[in-house]
Write a new protein. Sequence first.
Length: 429
Amino acid sequence: MDTIYALATAPGKSGVAVVRVSGPQAWASGQCIAGPLPKPRQSAVRKLKTSDGSAIDQAMVITFAAGHSFTGEETVEYHLHGSTAVVKALLRVLAKTQGLRRAEPGEFTRQALENGQLDLAQVEGLADLIDAETEAQRLQALKVLSGALGQQAKLWRSKLIRAAALLEATIDFVDEDVPVDVRPEVLSLVDEVSTTLMHEAKGAIVAERIRDGFEVAIVGPPNVGKSTLLNALAGRDAAITSEIAGTTRDVIEVQMDLAGLPVTFLDTAGLRDTTDTIEALGVGRAIERAKAADLRVFLGLSDTTFGSDLKKAYDIHVSAKADIHDSVGLAVSGKTGQGVSDLTDLIAETLGKRTALAVTATRERHRVAIEKAVTDLSLAKAEIIAGAERAEFAAEELRSAIRALDSLVGLVDVEHLLDEIFASFCIGK
């Protein structure tokens, strides 16, 4: 391992800035800069000096022993006054120190992965936590960072290893009488793991939406008030409003934090038959985006009808222009704000019910690996049912399922992902 260093807090003026040094030369370099270092996991105030004895700053210094730091390496942290000049002075000294080099983006976390301090899923959870903008994203990222997915994968793996071992025992003794038929226990283990994996795969889709954000499409005919409602939701003029029908041609997006959930509202072109080529393109795009959205808000008047191909059971129907039209049920007016808060509460409640399905798998990569394992287990089950003479094929399918689960936490077949994942990290992480 190289010894690496970087500013671990955001650049710029601040009350405190933290510079981290991690690797086999961290302590030795620390003694040159700060003198005698405090004991591991203890802090002490030290005067930091250059090689010629010039003062850099008076800072709090903390050390961590190998195996007990974030990276798993010997680590020194300098908690400096957050002046850009002070930070630059220390970084210049570190750059001139033999055996040290500046860290690449995400390299501290990569050290943690390579030293077994984190598994790959936890690394992704850390990246999600850094990027979290809403409460739901924060809570989900913390769950993954805690190692929940790795613990689940370990449990699934142990059961499948047990099942494979039972089958391989029958292969080893194929020419002898095996006193017990192991197939019932193997099938039970396969069914148990398959059931939980299928639940996890379904929940992963919801978890992905919490990470990336839900899309809510506002759908309705021209001039019904969709753009005005979007502006009321956004609290600003995000969309152009006009009495002229067909003003909205493209999909307009506004991102919001709705009761802790990341939500993107889509203002779509008014749905109607038109001979205007550009408007027709907008209507077609509106229909496609509405179909792909997680939730649709159908905004219309009493005589408005919508195609059944757009509707889902959980969609919301709202009466428009409540300030000038009487209506039954939920009615809104983007112009006056009437009913808007009731609508946002209903949207948050509807999406909140769906988030209850979220599980520990949060990325498409996780879902693909889990679905691969489910397919392998289905094939294994078919081989087991086919008879004892197919045990070798069943065992191979079980081993394939185990490899798919191992990829969740980075044990196999993920080297090509690492550069992409760590590129999303800042240099100090």
